[in-house]
Design a protein. Sequence first.
Length: 131
Amino acid sequence: GICYDIRFAAYAMLLQQKGCKVLIFPGAFNMTTGPAHWELLQRGRAVDNQCFVLTASPARTEAPETPGKYPHYTAWGHSTAVSPWGDVIATTNEQEGIVMADLDLAQADQIRTSIPISNQQRTDLYKVDDA
């Protein structure tokens, strides 16, 4: 997905139903939505879908704006890797950096076996069609 797609739980669920164990969302949340929602949404999608969630964000610029030019966008930053358990396993701050994390895809399988939410959904009450 990209940026705003992380807000749509149903989209991530469709990807999980297709067997995805890693969801990747490049995004550029701003200084309002970043502190409030960026990590929360990543951890939520990871737990909801029992998969890794990886995000990449531009570094924050604090440069002054140049009069007469298009204003720059101040991104929150904080590229992150989240485990299927919802733990932040690697992250950056607002500055330029690289996130590195070892992803054990078997961890997603173990969690999906231990807590089989995809098998326990009440599809008789609601249904998500294939995209």
